[in-house]
Structure formats: C-alpha cells, structure tokens
Write a protein that binds this ligand. Sequence first.
Ligand code: ZN
Length: 224
Amino acid sequence: MQYCFTNRFGGISQAPYENFNLGLHVNDNPSHVEHNRRLLKAQCNVPHIMFMNQVHSADVTVISGIMPVPTCDAMITNQKGIALAVMVADCIPILLYDSVNEAIGVVHAGRTGSALHVGTRCIQKMHQVYGTEAKDIKLWMGPSIGGCCYEVGKDVTVGLEDCLHVRENRYFLDLPSFNKADFLALGVKETNIVHSTICTCCNPDYFSYRRDTITGRFVGVIWL
Ligand SMILES: [Zn+2]
C-alpha cells in the first residue's frame, strides 16, 4: 500500500487554480486538469486513478474494476492498480487501509458528510465486503479546515454539537475531531490514526474554498 496527499504545487493550472488543480468540476481549463491528473498518475506510478463525483452524501461505492466515475463520497477496493482519489479544498480527505484483508478506502468528509458519519459508514462497508475489522484499520486524515477557521451558522451545527466551539457568540466546528471520535467509537485504535494538523484555510500551500471561493482541489490518493 502507498498513499499521498498533494498540495497546490507541481501542476500547470493558471490563477485562480494555480497550479496543481485536480478537480474537473471547478471551471478550470479541462485540458490543464487532465494534464495535472496525468502528472499525478505518473508520480504515483499507477495505471489508473478513480475519482468520484462528490455530492456530500454518505454513499460508498465498491470499485471492482475500471468503471465510470461514480457519484458518491467514499470508495473501497481490493484491486491492485486502481488508485482511489478524494478531492478536497477544506473538507477532510480520509484514506483507509486494512492490511489484514489488503483493502483500501477513501472518504470525502465535509460538514454534511461528517454529520452523516460517512467515515464510519465506509469502514462498515469494508467490513461487509472484505471482512475488515475496525481494529485493523490504519487511517490518514489529511489537511482540512480547522476549528480555528471553520465558522458556521448555528443552524447547521445540528448533529455536530460534540465538535462545536462557541467564541464570542460565533460558532466554529472542529470536524477532524468529530471524525476522529467517530472512528474511535467504532473501534479504530488511536495509534492507527494519523491526523494532519494543517489547516487549509490558514496554510496558503493548500486550496481552500473558505479562503478563496473560486479555487482548485488537491487530493488524497491511496493504492495497493
Ligand atoms: Zn485555520
């Protein structure tokens, strides 16, 4: 198993997508994005990378071969040569690995997906399909917007009270902590969770929707 998280450097996209934008849905020049995706494939040295049409759901797609881009927010596979990618610009890119059954997964966890427990739903699907046990999962939570910057309206905090911080009558969500607590509750070992401390909104090396609105997407990628 290998994995990586990209940042905004190393591609050919022009402002405001400069420059390693991997999202085809953000109105960047498609030929630039396709070029960037070929660069990513070469860097990972994999024959194929599966992307998702991400819609803030808790739907998990099982990838058993090359197929059209699925509409979902998590994918799992045990196929060698098919890398799984999750695109983000503030949401949490989560990569999962079950070394016992040689299976992997990716999760797109924003506010809506987190409230729907998309991360633990993905592990439950890995259990159904591959026999994965939560205690055997190793997972990586990549750079995402932190509780420092993720201010929201009180109306969208329902179900996320456990990671809500109120400062001077303003509401902030700490989604990485919420997801981590969810994983621990399912039985993932704390020592098997690697959690980036980078806030995408604070750190200009990463695309941030909250900071820039019109911007690119970086990715987390994992492959067997
Ligand atoms: Zn921040």
